[in-house]
Design a protein around this ligand. Sequence first.
Ligand code: NAD
Ligand code: MG
Length: 395
Amino acid sequence: MVRRKLTVLGASGSIGASTLDVVARHPQRFEVVALTAHSRIEVLAAQCRSHRPRYAVVGSSADAQKLAAILAGEGVATEVLAGAQALAEVASLAEVDTVMAAIVGAAGLAPTLAAVRAGKRVLLANKEALVMAGSLFMTEVKTHGATLLPVDSEHNAVFQSLPADYQGGPAARGVRRILLTASGGPFREAALADLAAVTPDQACAHPNWVMGRKISVDSATMMNKGLEVIEAHYLFGVEAANIEVVVHPQSIVHSLVEYADGSVLAQLSNPDMRTPIAYALAYPERIEAGVAALDLCAIGKLDFQRPDSQRFPCLALAYRALAAAGSAAAVLNAANEVAVAAFLDGQLPYLRIADSIAATLDALPTAATADLEAVLAVDAEARSVAGRITRGWRR
Ligand code: NAD
Ligand code: MG
């Protein structure tokens, strides 16, 4: 058995914690070499105590000093580093073969690309990286011989349902369409008139999944599914016209692949991210993930509906950005991050999230983004435009 040597980017988050839960079940299979967290150093300290990584990375040198003091006091010999450069370094260490990319948002792009450029097995949760830089990212995966394994539950389900040798392209291997399922989030049945007054805690109260706050808001607006349409386009080489979103409130069918002969293959499981995480960690093997067996008779029925475009305008914005190509998806992502952060701070009304993304897309012409620097420049400009737009609507 290969013992995989792991860096977990974003260890202190929801995906990071689930990853370490699976890893702890298989000490003979996985060794943790590096863990990173932006600010929650108590969480990272506890993880270092359990997993004894060689390196830990935090956001600031002040936090690095605090963490180093805690660990030294406990006799944990982890070297503590700080900052963006250190993130890229632990993502590309020679002794590491596998990198879990679980930083949230644009901050994950540079370290995830560093892992790709070092030819690692990259377990991709950080969908924003692919949305921002899709073509560039996939080119780098090919150029550097990296292995990209999707962790996002929908893409993991699609990956499991595609032929093993699928290379993308129209009608290849009889693949006709990808159907991405969406739970519909906490407001699937709310009265439209009530959405104006929605609070951050209501938006983060997802009916089926426990996740970080940014992706929880994205699930409420359905921008999460929009980002996932773009993610699917780049990961699997399928055109937008052949990617459909289906609302499935139970979150049991995680996505489906439709074939030319009318067959539809799907992956089902309880809504617990440890299933796709374990799949990606051990691929192509299957390992125990701590997830309860699926009891279909207890669930009783599985419902499917078309998404309501009036309730979820963010979905159409994502298709629009994908059709525009070039920098548009990076603009969409940056505008969404700015609007969601303002909403979570209690400054922007819920319905203005979609309005400010649309206005930012309107304000910025689509440009070509040839390299990482160009993508980061678009990201910065879109953040500044979106900041100005949202300030006009803040409470
Ligand atoms: P989270 O908020 O719980 O955790 C985010 C992690 O990123 C934390 O470790 C945090 O310290 C780190 N981080 C935040 N800002 C940073 C910065 N500027 N620099 C460096 N590190 C930073 O988020 P999550 O729910 O675990 O989601 C992580 C990623 O996985 C997101 O891209 C999300 O879309 C994706 N994802 C999550 C789920 C889920 O169930 N939680 C499912 C599918 C995909
Ligand atoms: Mg998902």
